[in-house]
Ligand binder design. Structure first.
Ligand SMILES: *Cc1c(COP(=O)(O)O)cnc(C)c1O
Length: 493
């Protein structure tokens, strides 16, 4: 072994400031600046492109010497803050994104101040998380003894649920001996409308994309139960091992919800793990009016959902709930890691070790903003905001249907609206190109940010409304801009 290299003998130092007053001033100014920024969202475009000068900022080499906190804040203010994707803006309805709250910002400041590692041990953070999970169980109708974990979002929440299901349905073998020990290939079933995070989870879990069989949908874009049953019978006959069905509570494309009660019955009968991807749609359960749409979800073996989408929590926080805690624990058992052992007393004691229920060891304190926001507003207020989003989506759907130049492309099942500009007798390719151009122009003008999808070959302008800041007039502004650009693009030359 070579000799240890010599190191210079310097006086000790730390990264804490010599002058706390300066950092204190910068901290107060930063919080004030962001609160002002949130107060004035409507004065700015929903999105704006980044100029060349902004890109240059991101080519600079790593600083060797100190530039100072104030300079770093100035860089942020110049190169970063003016160019958000826009999800906090009142006219942003792209993909499915959360809009956050000012109270959530304050809670994040407090969580950042503590800067605690919420993995486990004896301290307050795991208790906060377990209480948030208890609240989630109550809200979604899951049994009190169910298990759960907060994760970064719906993608990882799906991965966790599917890993627990994979190991549960192979009696732990997939987790210990690997897939090669199994008598046949494991298969997950989900509709063609299912979010791609399920396919990515299948890859991560070693099943490959071939381990996900996509089942056709009916005209309401819900999974076709007969096709599901036939696919599973055929795979069993071919020696494969069906083990899991994923039901959708609110598909990403159109907000459609599979018949979850029928899927729960089917999975019980066929002895399959029933996982629900309810990234946003699961939250319909907290509204008495909307809850019937997701009936059956409470019978799932695992459910994945986001709190940063339809519960308006700041990024990022999603959740997996697992009905059987023993299955959950087995899938993420820490093994024989002596450095993680609990002791009888002291910091390493404590009943809650959340890092043993998911893939992450070090974890941010993402439960705190959820815990504080639920206290700040109360659940009833969230119910009202969710119902408001659905009512707004229905109103937008009606606006589209009243305009002969526009076409609604899917039923408004929840809070998602897919539509297009018809274009005068244009063929499909031309109509798709026109709508793609309309969408880009509406975004570039800063009017609004819907996103897009393709439904049965038709390019759709897609509005997913999980935005508590939107008002009816915002949707009217979108319709007006789409009509204007559509007419401009199809005007005879
Ligand atoms: C957003 C979404 C996901 C993924 O969630 P992330 O929080 O973005 O990781 C999964 N499924 C559906 C239906 C979604 O809408």
């Amino acid at each position: 072994m070579p000799d240890l290299p010599e190191l210079p003998d310097l006086p000790e130092t730390s990264l804490d400031p010599d002058d706390w007053t300066a950092v204190r001033a910068a901290g107060h100014a930063a919080l004030d600046e962001m609160l002002d920024w949130l107060m004035t969202l409507r004065d700015r475009p929903a999105w704006q492109p980044m100029p060349e000068a902004a890109f240059a900022e991101f080519q600079r080499p790593v600083p060797r010497g100190p530039e100072g906190l104030d300079q770093a804040v100035r860089d942020f203010r110049r190169a970063v803050l003016p160019y958000p994707i826009g999800n906090v803006h009142p006219r942003f309805w792209g993909w499915v994104m959360g809009s956050g709250t000012p109270g959530g910002l304050v809670a994040q400041v407090l969580a950042a101040g503590m800067n605690v590692n919420a993995w486990g041990g004896q301290h307050a953070a795991p208790y906060v998380e377990v209480q948030v999970l208890d609240w989630c169980k109550q809200l979604l109708g899951f049994p009190a003894e169910a298990s759960g974990i907060l994760v970064s979002g719906g993608s990882i929440a799906n991965l966790v649920g599917l890993q627990v299901g994979r190991d549960a349905m192979t009696n732990g073998l997939a987790g210990t001996d690997g897939l090669k020990a199994l008598p046949g290939d494991l298969v997950i079933y989900a509709s063609t409308e299912t979010h791609n995070s399920v396919e990515r989870a299948a890859r991560t879990l070693g099943l490959g994309t071939a381990g996900l069989h996509q089942i056709p949908v009916n005209d309401r874009l819900e999974i076709d139960l007969d096709a599901l049953s036939q696919a599973i019978a055929a795979d069993r006959a071919a020696g494969r091992q069906p083990f899991c069905v994923v039901g959708n509570a609110g598909t990403v494309n159109t907000g459609a919800t599979d018949d979850l009660a029928a899927l729960a019955d089917f999975c019980a009968r066929e002895q399959l793990w029933f996982h629900v991807d309810g990234a946003f749609g699961a939250l319909a359960a907290i509204s008495p009016a909307l809850a019937p749409l997701v009936r059956g979800m409470e019978r799932a073996d695992s459910v994945a959902f986001d709190l940063h989408k339809w519960l308006y929590m700041p990024y990022n926080v999603g959740c997996t709930l697992v009905r059987d805690p023993a299955h959950h624990r087995r899938a993420f058992s820490p093994g024989a890691a002596s450095y993680l052992s609990a002791l009888e007393r002291g910091a390493a004691a404590g009943p809650h070790n959340q890092s043993h229920l998911g893939p992450e060891l070090s974890r941010e304190f993402r439960a705190l903003p959820v815990w504080m926001s639920l206290k700040e507003h109360g659940v009833d207020r969230y119910v009202r905001q969710i119902e408001q989003n659905v009512a707004q989506a229905r109103a937008l759907g009606a606006m589209v249907q009243r305009e002969p130049e526009l076409e609604l492309l899917a039923p408004v099942a929840l809070n998602v609206v897919c539509f297009r500009y018809r274009g005068r007798g244009a063929d499909l390719d031309r109509a798709n190109a026109i709508n793609r151009e309309i969408l880009m122009r509406v975004q570039e003008r800063g009017v609004a940010v819907p996103s897009s999808t393709v439904l049965r070959g038709v390019f759709a302008i897609r509005v997913a409304n999980t935005n508590h800041r939107s008002r009816r007039e915002d949707f009217a502004a979108l319709v007006a801009a789409v009509l204007e650009e559509g007419r401009r693009l199809t005007a005879p030359a």
